[in-house]
Design a protein around this ligand. Structure first.
Ligand SMILES: [Zn+2]
Ligand SMILES: [Zn+2]
Ligand SMILES: [Zn+2]
Length: 170
């Protein structure tokens, strides 16, 4: 596609979502890397999904500005589902990936808890493509910023850590 202008900012209110992104995303003055009217620095390039409306927002102030309901953080039992969008590379990260980006390595997938019988596959959402190689991960494993995209190493705002509980059930 053509290269979009970098100063293209949009405000998107419910029920419309922003067609620049592969996921449902709304906010106030959102730029192509998901910065918004409230968070506008070089590292504010992540949007988080809220479970109340299953939509991504650059921040909770965006959510409150463009919807009429209280924000609900992402529930713990859905931490393996995509809940964060990297505005730099466009990858969606599971809540676990996003939250564990800084701490110890990924634990082997021991599925905790009983899975409900009859696994409900969601056929519509086959966006997880094979772009994320182990080699890429290993290459980026030296002295990364504490908060960074595991796919493209874009730094995320470390200040987000202070209000994680607004976005994720802890
Ligand atoms: Zn909502
Ligand atoms: Zn915002
Ligand atoms: Zn990224």
């Amino acid at each position: 596609m053509a290269t979009p202008p970098t100063d293209d900012r949009r405000t998107t209110t419910a029920p419309a979502t922003d067609d620049r992104f592969a996921v449902p995303l709304r906010g106030v003055a959102v730029d192509p890397e998901t910065r918004c009217a409230h968070w506008d620095t070089a590292v504010d390039v992540v949007a988080l999904r809220l479970s109340c409306c299953e939509t991504y927002y650059p921040c909770d102030a965006c959510h409150d500005a463009v919807t009429g309901h209280a924000a609900e953080p992402w529930p713990r039992d859905r931490f393996d589902e995509p809940a964060a969008l990297c505005g730099a590379c466009g990858a969606t990260l599971s809540a676990r990936e996003y939250l564990d980006g800084d701490s110890e390595g990924p634990s082997p997938s021991d599925s905790e808890g009983p899975s409900p019988s009859g696994n409900r596959a969601s056929p519509g959402d086959s966006r997880t493509q094979s772009g994320d190689s182990e080699a890429q991960r290993a290459a980026g494993s030296r002295a990364k910023p504490d908060d960074a995209c595991p796919r493209c190493d874009a730094g995320f705002n470390p200040g987000c850590r202070a209000h994680r509980d607004r976005y994720f059930e802890v």
